[in-house]
Write a protein that binds this ligand. Structure first.
Ligand code: PMP
Length: 481
């Protein structure tokens, strides 16, 4: 059965907000690198100082707004919604087709090899936990301490998996050398896996994935790429990078409907026990003579997709993949790099600001930038950006505690009370602020952010803030608007 044309087609993503002041280097046509249309662009939020302003979503690294195209595709499909892989009705058949076609679209987006499997999960965290549960017996895992907790923590859940935590490198070459050395030192081993992020969720810096994959393979290890922060910003080609698996989340890829992806080699996945036991994963179930139950599990991706699948989530990821590919990743990357330079340039004008980096200030990075402001509690600064400028950023340790603590200078202290800066002049901060953006970010959000940082550092907050549940919030009682 083919999917209804009403569901399968949608308009090409609309380009909006062209800004000639931010023309591409080399004179590229500004209109061709305009931001993609996302939801929420016109949402007004109140300012503590009075009035309203359109919300500037600059926390893409946590969750990106939905692409309008994704929303439109989902809305077009919604009336046709039906059960997947179960149900004889027309809409069940259509939904099953849509689900499986989405798998093929994601495989295309990632440049999968013919025998790779695309397994749909809930998120990157879920994908990496699935892989961790599917490792062959006695696998040795190599992971840098600088990883996001989603890629740092899943590997110890099995008693027979041995994990080597590698020191954080200070250059991409050092990352490769550190891995090479660790792999060589621990030989011989049986199955081995390296887990590495493509782009840091803290610094946005790009990791040398191709080189790390080559090092892993040279020592007989496999490699999984945590592409949670890479896939929304860069093309990810599994063959070209020569990685064995890729994991990413829909909600960071403009498809916030609760699905994620683990794509790659089928053999370990097929040999493993199903991630979840239940319907959909089982091909045949029968009572045994001894009274027990015998199960024959699927050997396709369905083996790890027990239960009714999230067809909307999966379809939205496929829609996002198509939208990004059709918009042209080259121009999206080019435009995002202009925004990166604008943010870095703005922050550089404020001597009190220190941008965090592992590989050096000039290292290539995606639109994810963390910084500290001397004399400011980071939670206070982020709260003021929100309350006084309508700008949404994130503050804290970003689920990468070892990395951020290293970048900030160590120790496990808790930040001080709001309003009392957690770093006296010359001292280190205990938390960081992260600004992140992408294909839907208009230039105005970046300009507003750069201006707000300058104003806050020069003139201070215009409001008072207090600590509530460990976070800074505007003190609405102390000053009336
Ligand atoms: N890896 C990286 C690099 C991330 O930035 C994140 C989310 N911040 C994750 C993994 C986990 O993603 P999710 O919360 O969608 O599971």
């Amino acid at each position: 059965m083919s999917v209804s044309p009403a569901v399968a087609t949608s308009a090409a993503p609309a380009a909006v907000d062209s800004d000639p002041a931010c023309a591409a280097p080399g004179g590229a046509d500004a209109a061709s690198i305009a931001p993609l249309q996302v939801l929420g662009r016109d949402v007004l939020v109140p300012l503590v100082t009075g009035g309203e302003v359109t919300y500037a979503a600059l926390d893409y690294a946590a969750s990106a707004p939905a692409l309008q195209r994704v929303w439109d595709d989902v809305a077009a499909y919604a009336p046709y919604y039906g059960s997947v892989h179960r149900g004889a009705g027309y809409l069940s058949q259509l939904s099953t087709d849509l689900f499986e076609n989405s798998r093929a679209d994601v495989a295309d987006f990632l440049g999968c090899r013919a025998d790779d499997q695309v397994v749909f999960t809930r998120s990157t965290t879920d994908s990496l936990n699935l892989l961790a549960a599917a490792l062959p017996a006695n696998t040795r895992v190599f992971v840098f301490e600088t990883e996001h907790h989603a890629s740092l923590l899943p590997w110890e859940q099995r008693a027979d998996t041995e994990v080597s935590y590698l020191n954080g490198p200070r250059t991409p070459q050092q990352a490769v050398d550190t891995l090479e050395r660790a792999l060589a030192e621990r030989e011989p081993y049986g199955p081995a896996l390296v887990c590495v992020t493509g782009a840091s969720n803290v610094t946005g810096e790009l990791w040398p994935v191709r080189e790390l994959a080559a090092a892993a393979h040279a020592h007989g290890a496999r490699i999984v790429l945590d592409a949670a922060q890479l896939a929304p910003h860069h093309p990810v080609d599994i063959k070209e990078l020569d990685v064995d698996w890729v994991a990413f989340s829909g909600h960071k890829l403009y498809a916030p409907f609760g699905s994620g992806v683990l794509a790659g080699r089928a053999d370990w996945l097929q040999a493993a026990e199903p991630y979840l036991a239940g319907g959909g994963a089982s091909r045949k179930v029968a009572r045994r003579a001894d009274g027990g139950v015998e199960v024959e599990w699927h050997t396709t991706a369905a083996r790890h997709e027990a239960g009714s699948p999230n067809v909307i989530g999966v379809y939205s990821i496929a829609a996002a993949c198509k939208a990004l590919s059709e918009a042209g990743f080259d121009s999206l990357v080019e435009r995002e790099q202009q925004l990166v330079q604008r943010v870095l340039g703005g922050l550089a004008e404020v001597p009190e600001v220190k941008v965090l980096s592992l590989f050096g200030d000039d290292a290539p990075r995606v639109g994810v930038i963390s910084f500290v402001v001397q004399g400011w509690n980071s939670s206070h600064f982020a709260a003021a950006l929100s309350a006084e400028y309508g700008i949404g950023v994130r503050d804290g340790l970003f689920c990468a505690h070892p990395l951020v603590r290293t970048l900030l200078g160590g120790e496990d202290d808790e930040p001080g009370e709001c309003g009392a800066p957690d770093s006296a002049p010359g001292e280190r901060s205990l938390n960081a602020i992260r600004v992140s953006f992408g294909a839907g970010t208009p230039d105005e959000h970046i300009e507003r952010f750069a201006g707000a940082v300058q104003e806050l550092v020069r003139g201070g907050a215009r409001w008072t803030y207090r600590t509530e549940d460990g976070r800074c919030v505007p003190d609405r009682n102390s000053i009336s608007v």
